[in-house]
Each structure stands twice: as structure tokens, then as C-alpha cells.
Design a protein around this ligand. Sequence first.
Ligand SMILES: [Zn+2]
Length: 115
Amino acid sequence: MIRYSSKINKIRSFALGLVFLGFIIMYIGMFFRTSPIVMAIFILLGLLSIIGSSVVYFWIGMLSSAAVRVVCPGCQKVTKMLGKVDICMYCREPLTTDLQLAGKEFDEKYNKNEK
Ligand SMILES: [Zn+2]
């Protein structure tokens, strides 16, 4: 069975990945201590990646406030959903705001043909 993760969680792990990437790039830069220019480029790239992740975190904040709060029918917790279909952040129950799609198998593609 394919496990979907909720969109906000997906973006959050992407932002976390960017932070790690930034540190790794800066760490690699330390091996080029003999050429300050190369080291500076690596540190700059690393910093950019970390700045990028804070931008993504900010974006998550915006998305979270734009997301619709719904009570999950599966676990009765309040979860946030983006778009027409999303899944519960707690129990991975598929959720939809579109009654025509209710009861159907969860599919990411329903978000793409919005009218
Ligand atoms: Zn749930």
C-alpha cells in the first residue's frame, strides 16, 4: 500500500532537508581551506540553502493559515487540509471537500483538475 503524507508535512520535511543540505555544503567547503574563493562559494551556497529553508518554513506558515480546518472523521482530531483532497495529519485518513469525490480512493490527481 502506498503511504501518502499530508502536503504540509511533505513541505516541512523538504525544508528540513534544505537545512541539512546547507550544512553539508558548508562542511564540504571546509575541505577547500587552501583556496578561499572555493570555500567562500561553498559557504555561500550553504547559506543560501539555509535561507531557502527559512523561506519554505515561512511559506508553510502561510499555507497553514490558508488551509481549511476540518475535523477528521477517522480520529476526530482537527486537521488541516490543502486543496480538494488531502489526508489527515494524524491517522492518514483521506479527506475531501468535494462531495462528488467522497468515498472514492484517495488520489493526488484530483487536485490537478480543479475547475
Ligand atoms: Zn484522522
